[in-house]
Design a binder for this molecule. Structure first.
Ligand code: GFB
Length: 365
């Protein structure tokens, strides 16, 4: 394969904040940013954390997503390909600058005088996995920000950092906002699951789910989540909550029903959706519930309460967040957790296909 150099330069970054849902929000912003600057986005591997391991691991972008669909929107290249085929020419060792808004302190709190891009986890593993060391730091703040949408920053970036002199803008974190800006949500349509994920989804739906329509639900209820929901009394928005409350709370306010619905609320919502679905889809009744969860799938509870409706609950036999997401994306109806960025991924994918979704506790009936 021929690897042509993009004379307009590249954008690289470490998805160093949060887990998959957070990284996906950031990815859409980074996509919009690099597009606005007319640079090629270097597709970073996804950063994952395994229980009991102190260092993150990096999963190639292409394991989960296709490259060709992203190319319909803008110029992209997987980081592995860039490093193997282009970095020596475009971004040789000795000339690698890391970009950050302002100084990043050392882990012990003392001044580093630099972006300190490789200090800590996942920072070190991410760059070091590609043998990348930084020779210099560049602070772009407070003059520049990532906001190319509201503040026309793209022109200022290109003026200040020409691609000739700065072929790669390598950011210590994503050049993007969290949660994803409203204007970038639609970019999700260019994110398509890889064949590997699609195959697993098809197998599960065909072999393990009963024939007929199914509701997908996301139950976010692990201990980290229970603790996070404690904060709802102190804030107007939490994580992805703008997806149902609106970015300025114009559609509602946070509540425990939204962040951490009780079992009773979960079952009530499901029953309501089943009935509603029946009225609008006469020949395609809900036959099962697919449950994705980080902790408690409530399978027995659901089965007990849905028995009279002849509906059964199912889950993946193994923990596989991406297959969970992709199945939720395909369900005939989705009920998500409005605060969770994991649910937000599903909601955006479904919106881009015109599929129906609601959230636990929202709308409040
Ligand atoms: O994706 P994520 O940023 O979403 O992080 P939230 C949650 C992680 O938990 C996922 C696992 O990446 C998965 O690894 N997880 C959550 C799940 N739900 C499921 C599920 O249904 N199935 C499977 N298999 N795994 C927030 C973070 O998580 O949690 C914040 O955004 C913070 O940074 C907070 O840490 C406490 O937005 O839900």
């Amino acid at each position: 394969e021929d690897y042509e150099i993009d004379e307009n330069g590249y954008v690289a970054y470490c998805p160093c904040m949060g887990r998959f849902g957070n990284q996906a929000d950031h990815f859409l912003g980074a996509l919009s940013f690099s597009h606005a600057l007319n640079r090629t986005l270097i597709l970073p591997p996804w950063v994952e954390y395994r229980k009991g391991e102190s260092k993150s691991i990096q999963i190639p972008f292409t394991k989960y997503f296709r490259v060709d669909s992203l190319e319909e929107f803008t110029k992209v290249i997987p980081m592995e390909d860039f490093m193997e085929h282009l970095s020596d020419k475009v971004w040789p060792a000795g000339r690698r600058v890391s970009f950050c808004y302002s100084e990043r302190k050392k882990l012990d709190g003392t001044s580093s005088g630099s972006c300190n891009a490789k200090d800590g986890n996942p920072f070190f593993s991410f760059w070091d996995g590609f043998g990348i060391d930084f020779d210099k730091s560049e602070f772009f703040g407070p003059l520049l920000t990532y906001d190319v949408i509201h503040r026309g920053m793209d022109a200022i970036w290109n003026e200040k950092y020409s691609s000739k002199k700065w072929p790669v803008l390598a950011f210590t974190g994503a050049p993007a906002a969290f949660p994803v800006q409203a204007e970038n949500v639609h970019l999700h349509k260019y994110l398509k699951w890889s064949n590997e994920i699609e195959e697993k989804v098809k197998k599960f739906i065909i072999n393990l789910l009963p024939k007929g329509a199914f509701i997908g639900i996301h139950l976010r209820n692990g201990i980290d989540w229970i603790r996070a929901c404690d904060h709802i009394k102190d804030v107007k928005q939490l994580f992805a909550s703008a997806q149902c409350l609106g970015y300025s709370n114009e559609k509602g306010s946070l509540s425990m029903d939204i962040c951490l619905p009780s079992q009773e609320q979960v079952i009530r919502k499901i029953k309501r959706i089943v009935k509603k679905f029946k009225e609008t889809h006469k020949n395609n009744e809900i036959k099962s519930i697919f449950v994705a969860s980080d902790n408690n799938h409530m399978i027995e509870y659901l089965n007990e309460h849905l028995r009279r409706m002849k509906i059964k609950a199912f889950r993946l036999p193994e923990n596989n967040p991406h297959v969970d997401l992709a199945i939720l994306g395909r369900a005939n109806f989705f009920i998500g957790n409005c605060v969770s960025s994991f649910s937000a991924f599903v909601k955006r994918e479904r919106d881009s296909r015109g599929f129906l979704s609601e959230f636990f506790g929202y709308p409040n009936e």
